[in-house]
Design a protein around this ligand. Structure first.
Ligand SMILES: C[S@@+](CC[C@H](N)C(=O)[O-])C[C@H]1O[C@@H](n2cnc3c(N)ncnc32)[C@H](O)[C@@H]1O
Length: 537
């Protein structure tokens, strides 16, 4: 018998109706739990949510259960058994039998012989998977995955299918949401990226090495599709192909306008007796998996196509992360069509910080023998390659649409960024591409203006007439803060879209009695930089 949910379109439509009626939506769950229990759950502390959803005593029997949302949270998020009779009241159209048939719950205890549709009062329904609401601005979705560590109460199975986590929402936020013909979600897992793609892709391919993950993805996308079918817009459901296989193997020879991937990028020691979790470990040593994806992904990108992925990269002693990426990109360019590359490093950890994060992730408690063993294994693994730092970030690669040379932008952004970040990435790609296609003379001929989210801060000694530091701060995008010298500050002060940069810099040079060529030489690289990140538009 399968241990993943199964697709039955008739039953999925009933499930959707019941979940909606129970207000088991993102907003409904937040309202039901309240801010304290919600925040605790976010920190993986289930106790406040368990107390908040305790069943009434004596239990309410089927029909008109007053706390439908609470029962569903308890069952599917917290992994606690609920009375089958209570569940029957919460799922009036699907019924407990339907939930069993979909592979979402099993029944335990009680007297044999009672049909699941008419459960005996003492039978318990036990969730066989995690099911929780998720959504974007326009949709209420639900996502099934394996029960979390919090529900299982111990280490996860090696072939665990992950639900939506921080990395999933980061990638979803950074994804460029242009309408595209064909999109690929590589390492689709529970299918969360593919769900987002349904809003702007004409055809979606999801791949994964795990058949169990593909079964979850099929279930979640079919459940989402019931919404459009209900709205009598079956044509609005983009066709979906789910393919099993390693990295790009299943799509060899195909072309995509957009590839998204939250790959199993976690660097994991190979020669130790550790559980290799399929969801985070792609079966390669060090950062080889992300590096090979970067090297190979160009082969499935159509001209103008974009690939966005998350990753970790190792930085050996004596090198910078930019040098490491320079080498990866040179290797990519040697192997195929050289891609434009925009890498934003969001975090940099030392080996111990990295080991602590990932030794804890599978369910081992700090201080336990298992945790210490893993921690030591990670430290040995990094030491063997002389790794000093581990970078994490978001990578956007673009296949140039023409035969111009590719551009590279290797940036750091450790603070908060726009949410969603996709529109800023889209604008940044267009700006960088425009800059690559236009020489300095043409950049100078544009009347740039400061973007609406740019502010200026002046800092100075108390009583001083002039500021000693001028900071230019971007409200959205990467949230860049740029220290502006006198010339840049003067230029930004007049960059209002009326005057070309050439004329403005000429005027500044005259006022300050400087050579205009020197002024242009100093400001132009900074101007290009600000255009690339959307501070000048
Ligand atoms: C971190 S999960 C991402 C799941 C989901 N796309 C998300 O954004 O949350 C990585 C996925 O890659 C899959 N995977 C692991 N090794 C793989 C490989 N060699 N080729 C393709 N997929 C792989 C795992 O099974 C898992 O579903």
């Amino acid at each position: 018998m399968s241990d993943t949910p199964v697709v039955d379109e008739r039953l999925l439509a009933l499930l959707r109706a019941d979940l909606t009626a129970a207000a088991f939506t993102v907003d409904g769950v937040a309202a039901r739990l309240g801010p304290v229990a919600s925040a605790a759950l976010h920190r993986e502390q289930p106790l406040p949510a368990l107390l908040a959803t305790e069943p009434p005593t004596p239990p309410t029997l089927s029909g008109g259960h007053g706390d439908a949302c609470g029962v569903l949270i308890r069952l599917f998020t917290l992994g606690r058994p609920v009375a089958a009779a209570a569940l029957a009241g919460v799922l009036p159209t699907l019924g407990v039998e339907g939930a069993v048939a979909l592979g979402l719950v099993r029944l335990e205890g009680g007297r044999a012989g009672f049909g699941a549709a008419q459960p005996a009062g003492d039978r318990q329904a036990v969730a066989t998977c995690d099911l929780r609401p998720y959504g974007d601005d326009a949709h209420d979705w639900w996502v099934a995955s394996d029960l979390s560590e919090l529900a299982v109460g111990g280490p996860l199975r090696a072939d665990h299918v992950l639900g939506i986590g921080g990395a999933s929402t980061t990638l979803a936020s950074w994804t460029v949401r242009r309408p595209v013909e064909r999109a690929l979600d590589l390492g689709t897992g529970c299918g969360v990226q593919a769900l987002h793609l349904t809003g702007h892709a004409g055809f979606i391919v999801g791949t994964d090495i795990s058949q169990r993950a593909l079964a979850y993805a099929a279930f979640n996308l079919a459940l989402a599709a019931t919404e459009r079918r209900e709205a009598d817009r079956p044509d609005a459901v983009p066709p979906l192909d789910l393919l099993a296989g390693d990295l790009l193997d299943p799509v060899a020879g195909q072309q995509f306008s957009l590839v998204v991937s939250n790959p199993p990028f976690v660097i994991t020691p190979r020669d130790e007796d550790l559980t290799l979790y399929e969801y985070r470990d792609g079966g390669r040593a060090g950062d080889t998996l992300v590096r090979s994806l970067v090297r190979q992904v160009g082969a499935v990108l159509e001209p103008g196509g974009i690939a966005q992925l998350l990753g970790n990269w190792e930085v050996p002693a004596g090198r910078t992360w930019r040098e490491v990426w320079g080498e990866w990109l040179d290797e990519q360019a040697r192997e195929g069509v050289a891609l434009d590359a925009w890498v934003v490093q969001r975090e940099s950890q030392d080996p111990a910080e990295y080991a602590e994060l990932w030794a804890r992730d599978g369910g081992a408690q700090p201080g336990s023998e298992a945790h210490s063993r893993m921690y030591a294994a990670w430290l040995r693994d990094f030491a063997a390659r002389d790794v000093e730092r581990v970078g994490f970030g978001v990578v956007t690669l673009q296949r140039p649409a023409t035969d111009r040379p590719p551009w590279r932008s290797l940036d750091e952004a450790y603070g908060p960024v726009a949410a969603p970040m996709g529109p800023a990435v889209d604008a940044g790609l267009r700006a960088r591409t425009w800059l690559a296609e236009h020489p300095d003379d043409e950049v100078l001929d544009v009347a740039w203006s400061c973007a609406a989210d740019v502010t200026e801060e002046r800092h100075g000694r108390p009583g001083a007439e002039d500021p000693s530091v001028i900071l230019v701060r971007q409200g959205g995008g990467l949230g860049r803060v740029v220290r502006a010298g006198t010339l840049l500050a003067a230029y930004l002060g007049v960059a209002d879209g009326e005057l070309t940069a050439r004329a403005a810099l000429e005027a500044i040079a005259t006022v300050l009695e400087l050579d205009p060529a020197d002024v242009r030489a100093e400001v132009l690289p900074q101007l290009r930089d600000l255009v690339a990140d959307g501070l000048l538009v």
